[in-house]
Design a binder for this molecule. Structure first.
Ligand code: NAG
Ligand code: NAG
Ligand code: NAG
Ligand code: NAG
Ligand code: NAG
Ligand code: NAG
Length: 429
């Protein structure tokens, strides 16, 4: 299965962080006004000259400004207002990761950076520290104990799969699970921890709603995606009643060329250039898909505990995924050193708005924001880069062109800290 490699544009800023709701609303409105221009500019020009399966946006260098995230939605979901675990910093931690490429046997080769020859290892000696409280390291025994007789599913794209792999590596230090299911392409899987009767699933559903994707394993598309924005994806819906916990993460696939359906009728498309079909922006589709998904979950008779994850920014520098962009930094960014790019800002705003709507009316289900955008943004050093492949420079001179992955995370790597947050949220609720 190919890696989802996407290059995300830079540019628009939302203004400074501000608790004031009024300002927040003003900023959203302003943002959407500006976006109208931005999209006409970028999307019409640049989507034509690239392979249709991957969305790339090239833009001028970013304005000098500090990192900002708009809104404070997670305060709505966290019981103790004094501690927002998603606000904090990465601190050095000599303890190192809870597993290695030798003690975890399930690391997929595109993320197995050590084995693939990544020369530096500083990036594994960091831990996320919330500003206002302590966050203990993930304890696999505590987690498995808590999950006894329970079932958890990670639903979404390759970022979801990346997280499952991390969790699996940590848990397998306590008990090696049995893989009890995989689909034909090994994209959806289920493992069972026998001593704890705990089921862990990953479900490949990059759009969350029903989609017909015409793409081979290397990501080469032979046609536009057909996306039913009002039908949740049967891939996860059919199993939904068996889950106690779900984590949902999607977004990047909505940048792809797609024809959008509602009520089995074409309502528009993104970048399809079909006569008489209205061009719609990707965030229209993302919003509708999230509404469908969250609506299904909160209206279901079956009550689950849902973690809804925010967008994961990438770190391509000096180019994009296909124009020599790379990510060779070896330490995290500090506060103020970087900012969220426009595509991620747009996705995040859609996520926050739809989350807010859904969380107000969950009818007995639990819905929590899993707001890892900022954690991810600050870690340009945690990606495989060229080490998505085994010894990429072997037999080549150092100027050879190699494909970089600056979106997914090395294992072990920063994404292991997502589990510290995960267990903290579960145990506190
Ligand atoms: C960015 O942050 C630095 C300190 O971290 C501050 O001195 C500077 O004024 C900030 N710039 C903007 C544009 O907010
Ligand atoms: C783990 O990575 C090291 C390099 O850091 C390598 O020498 C070793 O062969 C790898 N082990 C496995 C089991 O892949
Ligand atoms: C787990 O489920 C089994 C069968 O459904 C039940 O017998 C057992 O008591 C459960 N254990 C716990 C700790 O809930
Ligand atoms: C959906 O389409 C059917 C006909 O295919 C129509 O009867 C129905 O009113 C439509 N529903 C909505 C909500 O548009
Ligand atoms: C709320 O959940 C109950 C089942 O617990 C269900 O009967 C009811 O229809 C749901 N209400 C709404 C508005 O979905
Ligand atoms: C990253 O690569 C660029 C271009 O090859 C080089 O100029 C820079 O020094 C490198 N940075 C690090 C931290 O290796």
């Amino acid at each position: 299965m190919s890696v989802l490699v996407l290059a995300i544009g830079r540019g628009l800023m939302m203004g400074n962080n501000n608790n004031n709701i009024h300002m927040f609303v003003v900023k959203i409105v302003a943002c959407f006004l500006v976006m109208g221009f931005a999209y006409r500019l970028y999307f019409s020009t640049f989507f034509q000259i690239i392979p249709p399966q991957i969305a790339v946006i090239q833009q001028p260098p970013p304005p000098a400004a500090n990192f900002t995230l708009s809104g404070h939605p997670h305060t709505a979901t966290i019981s103790s207002p004094s501690c927002d675990i998603f606000t904090g910093e990465w601190v050095r931690d000599p303890t190192g990761p809870p597993y290695t490429n030798s003690s975890c046997h399930t690391i997929e080769h595109h993320q197995n950076c050590m084995k693939n020859g990544r020369p530096d290892s500083g990036y594994i000696y960091w831990r996320w520290r919330p500003r206002d409280c302590s966050l203990p390291r993930f304890d696999p025994k505590t987690f498995l104990h808590y999950m006894r007789n329970k079932s958890m599913a990670f639903i979404g794209d390759s970022i979801s799969r990346n997280h499952v792999q991390s969790l699996l590596c940590i848990l397998s230090q306590v008990e090696r699970p049995v893989e009890v299911y995989h689909d034909k392409e090994y994209r959806s899987k289920r493992w069972f921890f026998d001593s704890y009767k705990f089921s862990l699933s990953v479900i490949w559903s990059p759009f969350l709603t029903e989609a017909k994707i015409f793409e081979d394993n290397d990501g080469h598309a032979s046609g536009a995606v057909r996306l039913h924005l009002d039908e949740p994806d049967p891939e996860w819906v059919n199993e939904f009643d068996t889950f106690d916990y779900v984590e949902i993460a999607a977004g990047k696939w909505f940048l792809k060329t797609a024809v959008y359906y509602e009520n089995n009728t074409i309502v528009g498309c993104h970048n399809c250039k079909i006569e008489d079909v209205t061009e719609l922006r990707f965030d229209y589709a993302y919003r509708r898909a999230l509404q469908t998904t969250l609506n299904f979950i909160t209206k279901s008779e079956h009550k689950v505990y849902t973690l809804f994850q925010t967008t994961t920014p990438d770190h391509f520098e000096n180019g994009e995924w296909n124009t020599g962009g790379y990510c060779n930094r070896t330490v995290p960014f500090e506060e103020g050193e970087t900012e969220l790019r426009d595509i991620d800002t747009i996705m995040r705003d859609v996520e926050l708005e739809e989350f807010k709507k859904a969380v107000g009316d969950t009818n007995g289900s639990t819905l929590k924001l899993f707001d890892t955008t900022r954690l991810a943004l600050l870690r340009p050093d945690g990606h495989p880069g060229p080490y998505r492949a085994f010894h990429p420079f072997e037999g080549k001179d150092s100027t050879a062109n190699v494909q970089n992955d600056c979106l997914h995370w090395c294992l072990p790597g920063p994404i292991d800290s997502w589990n510290d947050l995960l267990i903290h949220i579960l145990l506190r609720a």
